[in-house]
Ligand binder design. Structure first.
Ligand SMILES: Nc1ncnc2c1ncn2[C@@H]1O[C@H](COP(=O)(O)OP(=O)(O)OP(=O)(O)O)[C@@H](O)[C@H]1O
Ligand SMILES: [Mg+2]
Length: 333
């Protein structure tokens, strides 16, 4: 393990949603840190809390959601700032500029009423990188060229409906990169696109990462992408991180029964995975989450203690942690 110069550090994060049906305990004590320059992956089944975690980092959680507890320490020019305590004004200066997002569906990230060039320009103007929209639109051509938009001089004048899905996502990535962010949070950036375009967008992210000195938080349910893109991986289950390791270590030596099941569900890690149908049972309802280890009702190795107490985070090898009773004196592994 090389040493880690952290860019962001999430500590003991709790997020609830107050719905009519009850309180959804969506994020339940999540901690992790991302090192400068790496691609860190959050992986897990639908509803496990990947997007809520991502949005919580810059307080994008809206009502009925509430961040209950925790801290998100962002190292801004080496100085730690807790983004959960920062004033809204100051946070807005960071969000979209130093920390930017790429979401799953490019259509919903773009405004249908404005050209792609205008939207790049507007983001830059908002963060003071250009003095006028006119100057921004000129710069937008270069940005679109960087994200390998075909014929950027023409495309800059196009409205979103005039672009293909892949071009739209290139536009979104262009907007996201226009302020030279330090950390890019890509939440299932290719799920809405067809397979060939997915590969192109992933190649683009790799290229940009190499050129622009970026740190990436990549969210996916696709183990093939994890293998292809990530340096380190956190596996989420029902609002918690159950395992975290270097990508090679995780694939070679998965410890948590959930990770093992995830990997068995994709015998070939390079194969794309849309559903994890081979894991018996379903993701629990987070209004009434299982007691103890949230995975215990689906776990083939569950012991008494698993339904009673939350498992501790154990470091089973350098940089490899797992939250599972099997690796304590109770499990004897
Ligand atoms: N606005 C909301 N109101 C109520 N519950 C919510 C809301 N947004 C998220 N949740 C709940 O929070 C939990 C985590 O959701 P999240 O969107 O983070 O999952 P995810 O891992 O990103 O899933 P997917 O892979 O489908 O994107 C889920 O149980 C979800 O139902
Ligand atoms: Mg999501």
């Amino acid at each position: 393990m090389s040493s880690c110069d952290p860019i962001i550090e999430v500590k003991n994060l709790y997020v609830n949603f107050y719905t009519y049906a009850g309180v959804v305990k969506a994020i339940d004590g999540v901690s992790f840190r991302i090192c400068r320059g790496e691609t860190y992956c959050l992986v897990g089944e639908t509803g496990c809390g990947k997007s809520v975690t991502a949005k919580s980092l810059t307080r994008l959680i809206r009502s009925p959601g509430r961040i209950e507890k925790g801290s998100v320490i962002y190292y801004r020019d080496g100085k730690p700032v807790d983004l959960l305590k920062l004033g809204e004004e100051e946070l807005r200066g960071i969000r979209g500029a130093e920390i930017s997002y790429i979401f799953q569906d490019p259509s919903s990230s773009l405004d249908p009423l404005y050209t792609i060039g205008y939207q790049v320009a507007e983001t830059m103007k908002e963060h003071g990188r250009v003095a006028s929209i006119k100057e921004g639109i000129r710069r937008a051509v270069d940005i679109l060229r960087t994200v390998l938009m075909p014929d950027p001089e023409t495309r800059v004048k196009n409205y979103p409906h005039e672009l293909s899905g892949g071009m739209k996502q290139r536009g979104v990535i262009g907007i996201s990169l226009s302020n030279k962010p330090r950390l890019v949070i890509a939440d299932e950036p290719t799920t809405a696109l067809d397979a060939t375009v997915q590969d192109q967008i992933m190649d683009l992210l790799k290229k940009l990462k190499a050129e622009e000195d970026l740190t990436v938080l990549l969210i996916t349910h696709n183990m093939g992408l994890v293998a292809d893109m990530c340096d380190r991986v956190a596996v989420m289950y029902a609002g918690r991180i159950v395992e975290e390791a270097d990508v090679f270590e995780l694939f070679a030596n998965p410890k948590h029964p959930y990770t093992q099941a995830l990997l068995r569900a994709v015998p070939n890690p390079m194969k794309r995975m849309d559903k994890l149908e081979s894991i018996p049972g379903t993701v629990p309802n987070l209004i009434f989450p299982p007691s103890g280890c949230r995975f215990h009702p689906r776990c083939p190795f569950a012991m008494d203690i698993c339904s009673r107490e939350r498992p501790p985070d154990l470091e089973v090898a350098p940089g490899h942690r797992v939250a599972c009773w099997l690796y304590t004196e109770h499990g004897g592994r």
